[in-house]
Design a protein. Structure first.
Length: 107
């Protein structure tokens, strides 16, 4: 049984069979709060609202910008062409000299 089908089954147990949220939670092995959330979603959006939702973050504030990534790649190429060290610490030093945001050396 897919999670959407299970969610719909839980909601119907509450809305059609008259179970309380606590009774439905006990019957289907979930929390009372989750049953409450499902019922609210169903009331506002119908069956499509019971589709599983993404857990991925909506924003990623720590992501390295495209311009900074491009500069790092360019800098690595320039340093390699010169025969210089092109490691993360060296690249971080060069970015700092250019007054750019320096990402973690693990980046």
């Amino acid at each position: 049984m897919s999670s959407k089908d299970k969610n719909l089954l839980i909601v119907r147990a509450v809305t059609e069979q008259g179970l309380t949220h606590a009774q439905a939670a006990a019957r289907y092995g979930t929390s009372r709060q989750w049953v409450h959330t499902l019922v609210l979603r169903y009331q506002t959006g119908g069956p499509p609202a019971l589709e599983p939702r993404s857990r991925a973050p909506r924003t990623r504030p720590g992501t390295t910008s495209a311009s900074l990534r491009a500069r790092i790649i360019t800098l690595r190429g320039e340093l390699t062409a010169q025969g210089a060290d092109a490691g993360p610490a060296t690249i971080a030093w060069h970015l700092d000299q250019e007054h750019r945001r320096v990402p973690s050396t693990a980046t």
